[in-house]
Write a protein that binds this ligand. Structure first.
Ligand code: UD1
Ligand code: CA
Length: 455
């Protein structure tokens, strides 16, 4: 007996008004369908069968997962017809869980609860939800004993049925053998001339089975995305959940409505995330790290007690403990800061190692550089790492002092303890513990006169 997940993802999503298929629309920068695949994976299912149609090739190329296969539904003839496309991929004894590529926020806890309701005696369990406004949804019809009898689609419902508030989320778990048998008996004799998956409920009832139902913890778990407004509203629901989860791990979030998580974030105790922080990709923040307002961090690892001042942008870097970064700093991929480094305002660093306690406090570009410890880089220092064709390395030894407004023309080495006079253009090795400078002597022209304005 295996667990097979079938994800319906063939629809076009006309109301998105987008060239991108609906299930590829991004929520927290990840396709809607990928959210569903990741949830399925968290259930330890044996196989994921994704039914694709509109934009099939693109959809298939943009999502990933283990044990995932795709099956094509060439024409979208209804949800029942969509599930039929998966019928060679499960056995009678399997449990089939049906999910939707445009319903991204269902929790694995809710789905596990649903799955516990299915066995040989109870071959069909439904996830239902009670909504104050049930417009558009299939209504759950129960008898006087409260047993589910059928699902009636909005377009086929009587006036009395339309008042029912308990609706079909579409998510259900069914034993494979029964599913095949009921799907084979579907017809499309309804207002939409579609093969409705929901018609299998009445079939199960007439076969003498009682339908089990479960409800989600949160309404957002079962909401689908049909247009950009719903996409935005689920994005906010997701972001709120992410912020709450970080707070439960000990982070101080200044305003949960002004934090965006677009990846996987791990936080130590007492991390503070100020307003309008965006965290992307894989981010790990050690204890007591402070991320200042309006900062964007993508794929970064920051050790304990480091302080990021506002408006900083860090991508693809590793930062040690007790560092100070920004405001307005830009750390690009391949940057590694050792402990206690200080990177000040308007400093850009790329593919460089900065040693313990070194300071680059103002207005500099450091690229392709290996810098030792306790180095001081003066304001406006530039590593000229690119000759127009190739990139070259700069090496700066421990305790070097580089005066302001210096250009270090790579490949070049500043040996340990060297001092570089301000305003120098350094093209050759600067020896250890000596003062090196390349500056023409200062002169004053006696009797020089300011030009006069021509009439
Ligand atoms: C369906 C349910 C309804 C439920 C609602 C919840 C049926 C008949 N109705 O209605 O009871 O309240 O979902 O949102 O099942 N799809 C395919 N191939 C198809 C048809 C649909 O892949 O041939 C996919 C769509 O892309 C979509 C999902 O299945 O992601 C639901 O289809 P849709 O037509 O939107 O169903 P609803 O009419 O909303
Ligand atoms: Ca429909």
């Amino acid at each position: 007996m295996a667990l097979k997940v079938v994800i319906l993802a063939a629809g076009k999503g006309t109301r998105m008004c987008s060239k991108l298929p609906k299930v590829l629309q991004p929520l927290a920068q990840k396709p809607l369908l990928q959210h569903v695949i990741d949830t399925a994976q968290a259930l330890n299912c044996d196989e994921i069968i994704t039914v694709i149609g509109h934009g099939a090739d693109l959809v298939q190329s943009r999502v990933t997962g283990q044990n995932i296969r795709f099956t094509l539904q060439e024409k979208q003839l209804g949800t029942g017809h969509a599930v039929m496309q998966a019928d060679t991929h499960y056995l009678d004894d399997d449990t089939v869980l049906i999910l939707y590529g445009d319903v991204p926020l269902t929790s694995s806890e809710t789905l596990n609860t649903l799955l516990t309701l299915v066995d040989d005696q109870n071959p069909l369990a439904l996830l239902t939800v009670t909504l104050s406004n049930s417009t558009g949804y299939g209504r759950i019809v129960r008898n006087s004993e409260n047993a589910v009898q059928s699902i009636v689609e909005q377009k086929d419902a009587s006036r009395e049925e339309l008042t029912i508030k308990e609706v079909n989320t579409g998510i259900m778990a069914v034993k494979g053998g029964h599913l095949k048998q009921w799907l084979a008996a579907l017809d499309n004799q309804n207002v939409q001339s579609e093969y409705y998956l929901t018609d299998i409920i009445a079939m199960a009832v007439s076969d003498g089975f009682s339908i089990q139902t479960a409800q989600p913890t949160l309404e957002a778990e079962v909401l689908g995305v049909n247009d950009k407004l719903q996409l935005q509203s689920l994005e906010r629901a997701y972001q709120l959940q992410s912020a709450e989860s970080l707070m439960r791990q000990g982070a101080t979030v200044v305003d949960a409505a002004r934090l965006d998580i677009r990846g996987d974030v791990v936080v130590g105790a007492d991390v503070t995330l100020d307003v309008n922080v965006v965290l992307e990709g894989q981010v790990s923040l050690g204890e007591n790290v402070f991320i200042g307002a309006h900062s964007v961090l993508k794929n970064v690892q920051i050790a304990a007690n480091t302080y990021i001042h506002p408006f900083s942008h860090l991508e693809g870097c590793i930062v040690g403990q007790f560092c100070s970064i920004g405001p307005y700093a830009r750390l690009r991929p391949g940057t590694e800061l050792a402990d206690e480094a200080k990177i000040g305002n308007f400093v850009e660093i790329k593919k460089s190692k900065i040693g313990t306690g070194s300071k680059i406090s103002h207005l500099s570009y450091i690229g392709d550089t290996n810098m030792g410890r306790e180095v001081n880089i003066g304001a406006g220092t530039i590593t000229c790492n690119y000759d127009g064709v190739n990139k070259h390395q700069t090496i700066i030894g421990d305790h070097a002092f580089v005066g302001s407004d210096t250009q270090l023309v790579a490949p070049v080495e500043i040996e340990s303890g060297a001092t570089i006079g301000a305003g120098s253009t350094i093209t050759k090795c600067a020896p250890a513990d000596e003062l090196t400078l390349s500056r023409s002597k200062q002169i004053t022209l006696k009797g020089w006169q300011k030009p006069t304005k021509l009439s």
